[in-house]
Design a protein around this ligand. Structure first.
Ligand code: G1P
Length: 271
């Protein structure tokens, strides 16, 4: 079945970005002149997605306003609400009625990708295999504990080029001695609709949140989980420093302002 829907979880309170997030949700903080979430909507559209569902909080009405202004002929953008902050798995299940019984992409807006290639590859892999397909990245051992960590079938050393792998085990933010590999989940998932049933059965983790990773673990047990190991350019905009880096690098890459910014930076560091 074709993948035409994307879900963007955007209900978090953005406490790392205080005091800015007293006035503006973190998803609307600008990357130079464009709200961060617009990059994710554009990536979805470039990957052939026709409807985007943003899961947000009633405390962030500007997200709903932005969603209406982001509607275009190519993509319909709407919102649903997550009324309690119960984790990523819960946020995804809040979109169940809006998504319906079809596969969908989950795109975490704290990660801005350099292009739409990974989402396109995941959609193609899902459409070929019918199995939930998630983005993976190789990271240094010291970083594994910050992510969902996966074990893959038969291969221990996956090259950083894009490749599809079968996932046999998933563990959310393992302690260093519990890590099962150096491969971690990055914020792009193409989920089979059966994930909603799995989300309805999982228990909350120690911090009281329902983890999407626990539903993925059930799929891995059933041999229904694939991954693509990717070395795509990826900006982690979940922290103020990450956002600042993204702003500078993305601005440097733009034809209209890049050369001017580069000259200014060069002068600044020469003097
Ligand atoms: C979430 C997921 C985690 C994944 C990460 C990617 O964690 O739970 O499995 O690796 O996103 O960014 P969060 O960063 O929201 O704590």
């Amino acid at each position: 079945m074709a993948v035409r829907t994307a879900v963007i979880p955007a209900a978090g309170m953005g406490t790392r970005f205080l005091p800015a997030t007293r006035a503006t949700p973190k998803e609307l903080l600008p990357i130079y002149d464009t709200p961060a979430i617009q990059f994710v909507i554009d990536e979805a559209t470039a990957a052939g997605i026709e409807r985007v569902i943003i899961v947000t909080s009633r405390a962030k009405p500007s997200i709903e306003n932005y969603a209406s202004s982001a509607n275009t002929e190519k993509v319909a953008v709407s919102v649903v609400y997550q009324d309690s902050p119960l984790g990523l798995g819960h946020a995804v299940s809040c979109a169940r009625d809006a998504v319906g019984n079809e596969p969908f992409v989950v795109m975490l807006p704290d990660e801005i990708m350099g292009d739409a290639s990974l989402t396109k590859q995941l959609v193609a892999l899902y459409e070929k295999s019918g199995k939930t397909s998630i983005g993976l990245k190789k990271v240094p051992a010291s970083e594994v504990s910050s992510y969902g960590n996966v074990e893959i079938a038969g291969r221990t050393d996956v090259s950083p080029s894009d490749s599809a792998v079968a996932i046999t085990r998933v563990i959310e933010k393992p302690k260093p001695n519990e890590a099962v590999s150096d491969l971690v989940i990055i914020g792009r998932y193409v989920l089979a609709p059966s994930v909603f049933d799995h989300l309805a059965t999982i228990k909350p983790s120690a911090n009281g949140e329902f983890q999407l990773t626990d539903a993925l673990a059930l799929l891995a047990n059933d041999n229904q989980l694939l991954g693509i190991v990717s070395d795509i350019t990826r900006y982690d905009t979940g922290t103020p420093m990450g956002l600042l880096r993204a702003v500078i690098e993305i601005a440097l890459g733009r034809k209209d302002i890049g050369p001017q910014l580069q000259t200014w930076l060069e002068n600044k560091f020469q003097n």
